[in-house]
Design a protein around this ligand. Sequence first.
Ligand code: AP5
Ligand code: MG
Length: 204
Amino acid sequence: MRLLIAGPPGAGKGTQSTRISALLGVPHISSGEVLRDAMGTDSRVGESVRAWIDRGQLVPDELVLSLLQQRFSAPDVVEQGYILDGFPRNRRQARLLRYLDPYRSVEAVIRLVVPTSVVRERLRRRGRDDDHASAVRVRLAEYEDATRPMLAEFSRAFAMVTVDAARTVEEVTSRVLAGLRKHGLIKGLDLPSRYAGSALGNDA
Ligand code: AP5
Ligand code: MG
């Protein structure tokens, strides 16, 4: 399966990707994680990535693409597909998507919708290195200016699964799965029994 997951900082992209990846056996690729790994290397690339992330700014498109490309040629991604978390984040990156997986297309986009007040509180509690006030302000602005307009265009190109991500982690997962089922991408009966509750298949 080949999925994108998008939403503002703190929407739960990583949390939901981890769960969906485990449930459906699809590798989770997070652009933020790939960049944080690069940041951990003692190199000029690592240093500049750290500076962008610490300010909350988007890292240049080509650099993100080149760091992600390697992961896409790994056997598990070739075989199982992916849930891609955090890429693309602007219209230009959306056009670059085809260089990641040239012969296959994305099957659905999961869009997590959540009020800014909720994500501010989640990020304040978590306290990752880039969760300080000025970076959060810039990350939210990048989402509004670059990512939201891109997502508005996606509904013409992709099957969209739009979910209220202010609900509990479990409810959000159930609604994502229900949305995927609605688009014919999974069959309810394939899911482990603990997910076969009333929230599945209803109103995602
Ligand atoms: P990235 O790592 O992608 O950060 P982000 O988009 O700001 O999102 P977060 O990871 O903070 O939140 P999330 O939506 O994953 O939520 P999570 O599950 O963690 O990017 C970091 C930086 O890298 C960017 O600012 C940029 O500099 C750079 N970058 C990345 N991709 C790039 C790209 N494509 N191009 C250029 N630059 C790029 O949850 C957050 C918290 O909320 C957690 O504590 C979690 O436990 C909690 N939580 C989650 N869901 C719920 C729930 N339903 N109820 C209650 N709490 C919840
Ligand atoms: Mg994340």
